[in-house]
Design a protein around this ligand. Structure first.
Ligand code: TZP
Length: 227
């Protein structure tokens, strides 16, 4: 076992079993242009081996989001993949999702932890600095996303990306799995993993592509997780 993977397994070894994915696909239906719908685009990624999907359609009214969440639940179950719902613990419960992914303005992780049987339900938290990352861990998150690591269109308005060096500091100080996010593409995905991230999370790197199957397979290959 390499030194890096030893560190990784030490860091995650005492955590609840089942965080069995390192490629984390996040949805944005507006970025899908080469496929007829978000559902068909996500199915293509699932066919290629994606094992975790976060439904993140922040602007959908509750009932439309619920409908979409049911469809994503059916689809992810069909491909034996995990489903996370962004922000909405109520919708996550209704559709029997595998977890919720919380933002910095969401219900905090400790409140979800208190309310939900933790043995099967995962809590992910979006973080952007060390303080947020450590708070998420303290409050009971199972994993975090950290970023944006690289410039990415949807986050340009927040200023400079956090960069890979600040991710390394988070990795040194936190003991839960960390997914690098933001501007992850084939040419930088390996750098994020080599810096010690547990996995990579992305929207456009998969859903914005005109060949989702090929793009997904490429990331899985970079992660050493070909089907
Ligand atoms: N959080 C940090 S960066 C980001 C989110 C949701 C956007 C990721 O999108 P992309 O297209 O993978 O850069």
């Amino acid at each position: 076992m390499s030194q890096r993977s030893e560190v990784r397994s030490q860091k995650t070894g005492n955590k609840k079993q089942g965080l069995d994915f390192r490629l984390y696909l996040i949805t944005d239906r507006k970025i899908v242009t080469h496929y007829p719908s978000l559902i068909t685009a996500v199915e293509e990624a699932l066919k290629a081996g994606v094992k975790a999907v976060q439904l993140r359609e922040k602007d959908l009214p509750t009932r439309e989001l619920l409908d979409m969440a049911y469809r994503m639940r059916d689809l992810t179950t069909k491909y034996n993949a995990r489903l996370f719902i962004n922000d909405r613990i109520d919708i996550a419960m209704c559709v029997n999702a595998d977890g919720v992914h919380l933002g910095q303005s969401s219900i905090p992780a400790y409140a979800v932890r208190k309310a939900v049987d933790g043995s099967r339900f995962f809590i992910g938290v979006s973080t952007h600095n060390l303080e947020e990352a450590l708070a998420a861990e303290r409050e009971g998150a199972d994993f975090i996303t950290f970023g944006p690591i690289y410039p990415t269109y949807s986050k340009l308005k927040y200023g400079k990306p956090v960069g890979i060096e600040s991710m390394k500091i988070v990795i040194e100080n936190a003991s839960i799995p960390i997914f690098g996010i933001g501007g992850i593409k084939p040419d930088n995905a390996k750098d994020v993993i080599n810096a010690g991230a547990y996995g990579i999370a992305m929207i456009s790197g998969i859903l914005g592509e005109n060949d989702i199957k090929k793009a997904t397979e490429n990331y899985l290959k970079i992660l050493g997780e070909t089907l």
